[in-house]
Write a protein that binds this ligand. Structure first.
Ligand SMILES: O=C(O)CCC(=O)C(=O)O
Ligand SMILES: [Mn+2]
Length: 210
């Protein structure tokens, strides 16, 4: 994988848009996500089979939300604890999707991940969707993280890139099924979230359009 002058891995379908959201836009999105979490509270999912809790807390917005529990990973229309439908995806995220996704249909799910300073996410593929023609569009808010991305086989070599608040990342095309994960959070690198931590938002198209 070639490395661009800015240290960004560049390969087919992997696109980093550093600083796409300015501070004012980040604040607006942070507030919109607070409203989402007020309606659909963050909760700690558990791993399939083992039931081990995630270190990341999650919620969703959109017509579908990604959930994980002992029976497996899936998308469902309601919050697992409240039973209520997920809130709508904030407009600012839909604008980003229309601008950057290069895909003619709207996203159906937005997974909201909250990382405290110790949280991480192991190497995985986003493969629970039926539609891989759409990219996964990811937005970072708050503290920076070390993001790792490899190829479509778990053992492929990986590269790391630091993601900062306001950065947008796309995994599309040949990179849509690339393994990726978050190795660590860098506490104190942003003042956007007064209590610290990192929010990651991923927009996903789940179903194949008719
Ligand atoms: O937090 C991130 O940057 C990545 C999140 C992720 O890979 C996921 O939610 O599937
Ligand atoms: Mn992922």
């Amino acid at each position: 994988m070639p490395i661009s002058e800015r240290g960004t891995p560049t390969f087919d379908g992997f696109r980093l848009v550093p600083g796409r959201l300015d501070r004012t836009e980040q604040e607006a999105l942070r507030d919109a996500i607070r409203a989402v979490a007020a309606e659909a509270p963050l909760y700690r999912p558990s791993m399939p089979r083992t039931g081990k809790p995630f270190s990341v807390r999650m919620t969703n917005c959109g017509s579908l939300g990604w959930v994980s529990d002992q029976s497996g990973y899936r998308y469902q229309p309601a919050h697992p604890l409240t039973g209520r439908p997920w809130p709508e995806i904030p407009e600012i995220l839909l604008v980003l999707w229309r601008e950057l996704a290069d895909y003619p249909h709207p996203p159906e799910a937005c997974l909201v991940n909250f990382y405290d300073p110790e949280a991480r996410m192991g190497l995985h593929q986003d493969s629970d969707e039926a539609e891989f023609a759409a990219p996964v569009l990811s937005v970072s808010l708050g503290d920076s993280c070390l993001f790792r991305v490899g190829g479509t086989n778990r053992r492929d070599p990986t590269r790391s890139v630091r993601l900062a608040s306001g950065d947008v990342l796309l995994l599309g095309g040949p990179s849509r099924l690339a393994f990726h994960g978050v190795d660590r959070i860098y506490p104190g690198t942003s003042k956007l979230l007064p209590q610290g931590g990192r929010i990651n938002l991923t927009l996903r198209r789940v179903t194949k359009p008719e």
